[in-house]
Design a protein around this ligand. Structure first.
Ligand SMILES: [Cu+2]
Length: 232
């Protein structure tokens, strides 16, 4: 139970003695306002659909929502994320995390790899290693982190760090679903790795109501073809 709601209900009840209609109206109005604006109201869902310049579905788009009321305080820490080196690629290609989350980089190939980031949000380097997992790395700044393997130049991956717990990546059908969203107002943003740090995320203001809300993002480019992993 939301404590604010509890307080309002009690106030309405106390006022009912002398001013029943007014108190009931006031209480109902407050209830509606809380339902619309209270960031800890019932959870809802956002379905985001993306397309490229040709209208084709765009995969690997980060959809993230920044609450107008600010990110809730005291969020529990997120579990570690995992970016593996597997089949001579970074898997997954794109990982979205909340700021402060740790990422581990296990090597699942019988082959040495090397993880290097030149990105301002988190420059780091994991030296060549064969099977095994080095200590996880904490990503403490928002923004894009590009991953390279200095041994295999086709290996590319991305970590996108956001300051919100509300995000999802689009799948091959260009759809991302963000669940457990408190109702309220948000800035919805959409970013694709081809935009790098040069193009700002697309942005729309959106009000999340009960149930499922839908949103569309149309991008004005066609994604670059990715180099396939070389046979070894
Ligand atoms: Cu490699």
């Amino acid at each position: 139970m939301n404590p604010a709601r509890g307080r309002n209900r009690r106030t309405g009840g106390a006022n009912r003695v002398g001013h029943a209609p007014l108190a009931t109206l006031g209480s109902a109005l407050l209830g509606v306002l809380i339902g619309i604006y209270c960031p800890s109201g019932p959870a809802a869902t956002l379905t985001a659909t993306t397309s490229d310049k040709t209208g084709a579905p765009l995969a690997d788009v980060v959809i993230y929502l920044e609450p107008a009321a600010g990110v809730p305080a005291d969020l529990p820490a997120e579990p570690d994320a995992v970016v593996a080196q597997e089949g001579m690629q970074f898997v997954p290609y794109l990982t979205t995390i909340r700021v402060g989350t740790r990422v581990s980089f296990p090597n699942r190939d019988n082959m040495e790899h090397h993880v290097k980031s030149f990105s301002e949000a988190k420059p780091f380097e994991l030296k060549i290693y064969s099977a095994g997992t080095p200590a996880p790395i904490t990503f403490d700044k928002i923004g894009m982190v590009g991953l390279n393997c200095l041994l295999h130049d086709w290996m590319r991956g991305f970590i996108y760090v956001v300051d919100t717990p509300y995000f999802a990546n689009t799948d091959r059908t260009g759809v991302a679903t963000v669940v457990d969203l408190p109702e309220g107002k948000y800035e919805a943003r959409a970013w694709h790795p081809d935009m790098s740090t040069y193009i700002a995320p697309l942005t729309q203001e959106i009000t999340i109501g009960p149930g499922t809300t839908s949103i569309r993002f149309g991008f004005d480019f066609v994604p670059r073809k990715r180099k396939p992993p070389h046979p070894v």
